[in-house]
Design a protein around this ligand. Sequence first.
Ligand code: NAD
Length: 359
Amino acid sequence: MHTLKAEQLERLAEATMRALGSAPEEARIVATHLVQANLSGHDSHGVGMLPDYVRLVQAGLIVPNQEIVTLVDFGALLLFDARRGVGQRVMEATTAAAIERARSQGATVFGTRDCGHIGRVGHYAEQCAAAGMTGIFFVNVADHLAFQAPFGCSDARLGTNPFAIAMPGANGPAAVLDMATSAIAFGKARVARNKGVPVPEGSVIDDAGRPTTDPRMLVDERKGALMAFGQHKGSGLAVFCELLGAALTGGRTIQSEEETSGGILNSVLGIVIDNARMGDPAAIIDEVESVKDWIRASPPAPGFDKVRLPGEPELESRASRGRSGIPLDAKSVDDILGAAITAGVDPALVDATRAAYAA
Ligand code: NAD
């Protein structure tokens, strides 16, 4: 598969957001975030989102440069209303505010409701870890068709409601758990359908609620649903992403009586803990690294080349894609470049990107 270098994709993503009206800082934040998702191996949340962003901004469902409104400022509790603002900028800014508050309060619980798509949630957990803090995020997805069937349901009732957590380690974040609560992402079902291969057992149901490994009905007809990971336990976490992320923060929930407008709204409950207020941060990191070493000392199970901790597959991907470029299929590149033209990006940049991809 042909590749593009991270810098080329960042230039294109930044220019697309600028053409949509984002101020330079907002455009830069979105571009960096999307390309970091690609580098991390999560193409479903990388530059492939740009066609959606163009559509959503042009439909007024994501609002560039939106002012963030502070609704609650009560010691260790903060609540922000993003009002459909560009999710990556809003979440970076409100996470930074929560980190700042945790320095004086020891911890912050904060809500950021009704953001435009916030992308890879682990990014904000990593932002906390980089500040020496532990970050935990519960997120819902609304204003969008439901995709996920909670345990025991025969149809979709929730979004892919992601969850992320990170804490500081000896060299960057100690570990980053960052995941959808559905067994697989919708994008992975689409890839399986396009390749003509089955999806893993226990990841999809058909329109009668029966488990299936055939992704065609879900992808082509939007019938059936993704299953929650981990049966009733993962399903319970998905339910709490909805309840904490949106019901508690006053964000839009999936069952809103307002008609779905085909947007993507993420509402978030974040918990930020200043490790330095909990104890000696160096001693905590020592203990964290010892636990990691203990886990890594296990002989890999059959079929595994090594034991990995959460966040390590993403680090490996960043290293290899940073060297060899980001692989993109031709259709995705066409869609991204088409969206750039629709947004009004200089055709010379679009042509240069196409030429670099073909080279
Ligand atoms: P995934 O299944 O690839 O990985 C989930 C977690 O498991 C990661 O922390 C990863 O490091 C860890 N992991 C993977 N393989 C491992 C291994 N072999 N050993 C140890 N740990 C391992 O991720 P996903 O559930 O497909 O989610 C992909 C991305 O989609 C995430 O960044 C998530 O934030 C994002 N997402 C965003 C939204 C949104 O609305 N904004 C919705 C859903 C998902």
